[in-house]
Design a protein around this ligand. Structure first.
Ligand code: SF4
Length: 284
């Protein structure tokens, strides 16, 4: 019957689009960015008036805008690498792609977090990104939407990215565990052990120029250490041949706004490594 088959096709299409969104392919069919959106005139600053945004805009160093350039980006857009694409391997592991990693993950039940999750949060952003942010795990908003860093901390991360002169769509964002730990608790060792191989595979496909670990869990997982993040925050380290730097998690910044100056210093190191122009702040 025609009506029935139409519903079936719609359902199939919806399922397919949700799958693409899991892979970070949403711009393929829906551009989340506002077409008129301008870059902020200073780091961590936006037109929003939320409390945390106001706090950040006060503490982050100001960037001086060039004369008559209010509608122009303050810094050049991060050059996009020529590969890999979602469907191409980077060559480090033959045949490996983000698509394959996501397919292998499937409707994962490898650890106990699957029992309480709503959606798997695989990752989001450009499959050609030179910069990858790795967080700890999804929170309530992320679990509901199936996308990383979309809650309050996510808004702050977006501001941090835009303060670097980039858009979220220029980078790739993922987490150590892909299902929300109940009550936003820290992921437990057995959960990290089961889930982190998929993160490592994502990173090996992406082959970013720089990995930024957001918070202790991400840094400790990649570095295989129990040391406190205070021992190595802001220092360049090596993760399987990739340059890696750890900084504070945006959620920590919401609770401790005084730390945002340290985070901005860390991000400036990343900008220098990526060849992004850093406008000197004469006031500091
Ligand atoms: S956290 Fe990772 S390993 Fe555990 S169920 Fe979710 S996807 Fe699977």
């Amino acid at each position: 019957m025609p009506e029935r088959s139409e519903i079936t096709i719609q359902e199939k299409l919806s399922a397919r689009l949700r799958f693409y969104e899991d892979l970070g392919l949403s711009p393929f069919y829906r551009d989340r960015r506002s077409p008129q959106k301008q870059l902020p005139t200073s780091p961590f600053e936006s037109s929003s008036t939320s409390t945390e945004e106001a706090i950040l805009s006060k503490a982050a160093p100001k960037v001086s805008a060039a004369p008559n350039s209010t509608s122009q980006p303050l810094v050049p857009v991060l050059p996009v690498a020529t590969g890999p694409s979602l469907f191409e391997g980077a060559g480090k592991i033959p045949g490996e792609t983000l698509l394959k990693v996501r397919e292998d993950l499937g409707e994962c039940a490898r650890c106990k977090l699957h029992k309480t999750r709503n959606k798997i949060v695989f990752g989001d952003g450009s499959a050609k990104a030179q910069l990858v942010f790795v967080g700890e795990g999804p929170g309530a908003d992320e679990d509901a939407q199936g996308l990383p860093f979309v809650g309050r901390a996510g808004k702050l991360l977006t501001q941090m990215i835009e303060a670097m002169g980039l858009q979220r769509s220029d980078v790739y964002i993922c987490n150590v565990v892909k299902c929300r730990p109940p009550g936003n608790r820290q992921p437990e060792n057995d959960e990290v052990e089961k889930c982190s191989p998929f993160l490592f595979r994502q990173l090996d496909v992406l082959q970013p120029k720089v990995i930024v670990c957001l918070g202790a869990t991400a840094a400790q997982t990649l570095l295989q250490t129990n040391r406190s993040i205070s021992h190595f925050r802001g220092q360049w380290m090596d993760f399987r041949g990739y340059k890696m730097l750890a900084t504070y998690h945006p959620a920590y910044l919401l609770r401790n706004p005084a730390a945002k100056g340290d985070v901005w210093k860390d991000l400036q190191k990343v900008m220098a490594e990526l060849g992004l122009e850093i406008k000197k702040n004469k006031a500091r």
